[in-house]
Design a protein around this ligand. Sequence first.
Ligand SMILES: *[C@@H]1O[C@H](CO)[C@@H](O)[C@H](O)[C@H]1NC(C)=O
Ligand SMILES: *[C@@H]1O[C@H](CO)[C@@H](O)[C@H](O)[C@H]1NC(C)=O
Ligand SMILES: *[C@@H]1O[C@H](CO)[C@@H](O)[C@H](O)[C@H]1NC(C)=O
Ligand SMILES: *[C@@H]1O[C@H](CO)[C@@H](O)[C@H](O)[C@H]1NC(C)=O
Ligand SMILES: *[C@@H]1O[C@H](CO)[C@@H](O)[C@H](O)[C@H]1NC(C)=O
Length: 546
Amino acid sequence: MLIGLFCLTAAAVVRAEDPYIYFTWKVTYGTISPLGVPQQGILINGKFPGPNINSTTNNNVVVNVFNNLDEPFLLSWSGIQHRKNSWQDGVLGTNCPIPPGQNFTYHFQVKDQIGSYFYFPSTAMHKAAGGFGGLRVNSRLLIPVPFADPEDDYTVLIGDWYSKSHTVLKKFLDSGRSLGRPDGVLINGKSGKGHDKDEPLFTMKPGKTYRYRMCNVGMKTSLNFRIQGHPMKLVEMEGSHTVQNVYDSLDVHVGQCYSVLVTANQDPKDYHMVASTRFTKNVLTATGIVRYTNGKGPASPKLPEAPVGWAWSLNQFRSFRWNLTASAARPNPQGSYHYGGINITRTIKIVNSPGTVDGKLRYAINGASHMDTDTPLKLAEYFGAAAKVFKYDTIGDEPPAKGSDKISVGPVVLNATFRNFVEIIFENHEKSIQSWHLDGYSFFAVAIEPGKWSPERRKNYNLLDAVSRHTVQVYPKSWAAILLTLDNAGMWNLRSEQWERHYLGQQLYISVLSPARSLRDEYNIPDNNELCGIVKGMPLPPPYTI
Ligand SMILES: *[C@@H]1O[C@H](CO)[C@@H](O)[C@H](O)[C@H]1NC(C)=O
Ligand SMILES: *[C@@H]1O[C@H](CO)[C@@H](O)[C@H](O)[C@H]1NC(C)=O
Ligand SMILES: *[C@@H]1O[C@H](CO)[C@@H](O)[C@H](O)[C@H]1NC(C)=O
Ligand SMILES: *[C@@H]1O[C@H](CO)[C@@H](O)[C@H](O)[C@H]1NC(C)=O
Ligand SMILES: *[C@@H]1O[C@H](CO)[C@@H](O)[C@H](O)[C@H]1NC(C)=O
């Protein structure tokens, strides 16, 4: 079976004739009080959460970001694949941060990944103060979507929240302690505590069906999402149309996005939507009002119960299926529907672990804790200066043998072979849930199982209709397996979505280089790219050619 054929034939450069959408964003501090107490927030054009980007397949998205904070800053676009273009990924391994008082223009083309995403600040603990917003990729009219057009389409950003500033939170981590427990949960920047006097977040006309896109933009906590009296029909997750099962509630782990259809077919009045923490000792809850336009009456104070325990959550994961007959969003960028028939060329087994280095908390992957470098890894590699900045493959494809629980700190970069079909196993020996995300790709999330992984466990994989997505959770003392073709050249961040773990080293980069050095496989560095670290002032290397 041939994979990656689509890449060979795809246009080599951003096609100028495709429409452009432009944004100018001013990033500033501003006072917000999401938990009722004033605190410093990060605003985009004065807004918290930031504006939503509404794009359509093939749009060229141009976002000129002015950093008016007092610290270097970057935005990243969670789940946007940036084909051949890790230059736009906006993480410290690919981009120089935008210095205070300066601006940088992101320019990327969204492809056929029709679905729900979000953007967020990837630097420091900025995400804890805001700077995030929704990002949609709509279908061009030519590509049918497997459900009728909803009456309206709502973005619901949910996440845990701290009342301390991002600088205080960062100081905690830098001094070796953990962030501790969050102080609340927000829905679109508001905490609503079941009050029926709150202004409605959303309205629905009786009899009509609405699309709600929920993303967990929080710092570390899995959330359960539900709407009083309204079952939700799942239609999409992270860019894949799913089999349309109906759920009373959904577990949304950090970094994940789900779209559901909800029909306003109940008594015309107000209803609470609820996001509450999962797998935590104290349950934190946020509510928001959904109002029928002909509504007469407040929402019932009795909130729907959340499920208990992680077995429920695992069963829900197992019920997710990709809709193989949905025509939207395909041809599949992974190159094949029949991923189950492709031979695995490499297995990378990743085990997360906490530890201390010089008395301070760190998190590691296979014994190595990632540390960002002054020169972004991608730039060092592109300018031929990788050896001065990092070593490839400081960790193996297996965790080190038992007994060696020493953690090393430094940049962690795996050297991968272009177009290999790989299996990545995430094995979690800890008592807390993990959420993993890979930039630049969607992957088939083929299994999550309790216990330890072994090759025999492959017989439990869903090799037919696992959902292609970019984030997967791993329950305590469990493992998850993903399959993907490394057909997108670039430097890509594989990370814990739990932000203190990410900040303290539970992340790495996968370097995928096309030996052809061809524009068919990867774009050249854009002209406007900021240079920093040792590549500042270096002559540009010979550009990639067709
Ligand atoms: C988003 O874009 C689509 C397609 O152009 C359009 O139909 C829709 O009205 C837009 N939605 C919003 C909220 O702007
Ligand atoms: C900064 O913004 C100006 C427009 O105000 C633009 O011309 C320039 O290209 C931007 N700089 C970068 C590096 O994107
Ligand atoms: C899958 O998509 C097809 C084609 O758009 C649609 O007709 C069908 O109802 C969907 N199937 C399920 C099980 O959701
Ligand atoms: C996969 O590997 C098996 C055993 O090595 C081989 O027989 C088969 O042809 C391979 N399949 C593909 C699709 O390459
Ligand atoms: C990375 O792997 C490729 C094979 O895929 C190999 O050719 C190359 O030399 C390796 N690079 C380094 C720096 O190890």
